[in-house]
Write a protein that binds this ligand. Structure first.
Ligand code: UD1
Length: 377
């Protein structure tokens, strides 16, 4: 990895270059991988507050390509300016942000600082350097309480927690920048429920604090069998009493970002919004059964009360993205479960492997700053 400070003097301009904020995280690392495989040059900016640099080592391992990495916060305008001076950035994919709903209720200032002020700082630097394309990592959480069987992009928004408020505020901010700067283009991608992992089993979801989302809780229960999955709510008005979600494979989602990027480069569409989902719902119990079927491992579980703030059923209408981005998810729920388990069972401690437990190829991976540039394709 070319792990850089901004002091290097040569300006790097040869290829289309995408800056990925939060590129070491779960969805970020899968997207960086797709970008590298498609021939883009990639600059990652990540402060590693909820991610491990090892994810990017592994991305390089899989793609046999190098990327540029800066350990920096999106709130640090000086660092961002220096990075934009160093590289000619054609587009930004902006993942960096805080995303735990419960934490956002107890720490709203942190959430607004990172998710809103950080986005504002990034946009200011982009405008200053004439970088006019951004793909933004938003969430179906902006819709808040939903009352329709499927959700279109024009469904009223109304987030019900600070995390959702910050995502929606960042969307408004980006929209307003597009209005003020007619050359500025943005794709706001509202994710439904991303799960799964890369087929290699080398990268996957690795929350640094105890997980809240369903799939990491399922796989944790499969490994730590004395910590059963709590099934939150078993008497909802659904086909089996458990809540229903629109799960999307993280690799399909990553490819959705590249489709959005192509739209910005080709069409200069201004500000566009797309749901990123499959358009199909699976219940919590159905996911558990799928997981047990594809792995042959049972999921220890207990019934529990509904989790406060949870919706009964959240399913995308993703037809706009299918039409306008020529993108469609390819991987089904079996593959989502199989790959999530492959990742988790091969990496029970996530990326935190040490010494002899670490696969040979990944040992002695240098994390210090490099002075050379990567070879180019
Ligand atoms: C949650 C967040 C949402 C965020 C999304 C992706 C809440 C209320 N919503 O959505 O804002 O954008 O994650 O990060 O937190 N479940 C269990 N047992 C568990 C964990 C989850 O039964 O241990 C159930 C939940 O109650 C829910 C379903 O699984 O019904 C999916 O949960 P989760 O993966 O947390 O996603 P969302 O609630 O859809």
């Amino acid at each position: 990895m070319v792990n850089l400070s901004e002091s290097t003097q040569t300006k790097i301009t040869e290829h289309k270059t995408v800056l990925v904020t939060g590129g070491a995280g779960y969805i970020g690392s899968h997207t960086v991988l797709e970008l590298l495989e498609q021939g883009y040059d990639v600059v990652v900016v990540d402060n590693l507050c909820n991610s491990q640099i090892e994810s990017l080592n592994r991305v390089q391992e899989i793609t046999k390509r190098q990327l540029f990495f800066y350990e920096a916060s999106i709130n640090d305008a000086d660092r961002l300016h220096a990075i934009f001076q160093q590289h000619t950035i054609d587009a930004v994919i902006h993942f960096a942000g805080l995303k735990a709903v419960k934490e956002s209720i107890s720490q709203p200032l942190e959430y607004y600082k990172t998710n809103v002020e950080g986005t504002r700082t990034l946009l200011e630097v982009m405008v200053h350097h004439g970088c006019n394309n951004i793909v933004f990592s938003s969430s179906a959480t902006v819709y808040g309480n939903v009352d329709s069987p499927t959700i279109k992009e024009d469904h009223p928004v109304g987030p019900i927690n600070p995390y959702g408020q910050t995502k929606l505020t960042a969307e408004y901010l980006i929209h307003d920048v597009c209005t003020a700067h007619p050359n500025f283009n943005a794709a706001l991608l509202r994710y439904f429920n991303p799960i799964g992992a890369h087929a290699s089993g080398l990268i996957g979801e690795d929350p640094t604090s105890p997980p809240n989302n369903l799939l990491p809780c399922v796989t944790r229960a499969m490994i730590h069998r004395d910590q059963p999955l709590r099934v939150f709510g078993t008497s909802y008005n659904t086909r089996d009493g458990t809540a229903v979600r629109d799960f999307i494979h993280v690799v399909d989602l990553a490819q959705g970002h590249l489709a959005a990027l192509r739209k910005l480069f080709k069409g200069a569409p201004g500000c566009v919004v797309y749901n990123m989902g499959n358009g199909r719902g699976y219940s919590v119990k159905e996911i558990i059964s799928k997981m047990e079927n594809v792995t042959g491992v049972s999921v220890p579980r207990i019934d529990a009360d509904p989790r406060p703030g949870d919706a009964v059923s959240v399913i995308a209408d993703p037809s706009l993205a299918f039409e306008q981005l020529q993108w469609q998810p390819k991987l089904g729920v079996d593959e989502m479960c199989r790959s999530a388990w492959k990742w988790q069972s091969q990496n029970p401690q996530g990326y935190r492997l040490k010494g002899k437990d670490m696969p040979k190829k990944l040992q002695h991976r240098p994390h210090q700053h490099f002075s050379s540039f990567p070879s180019r394709h």
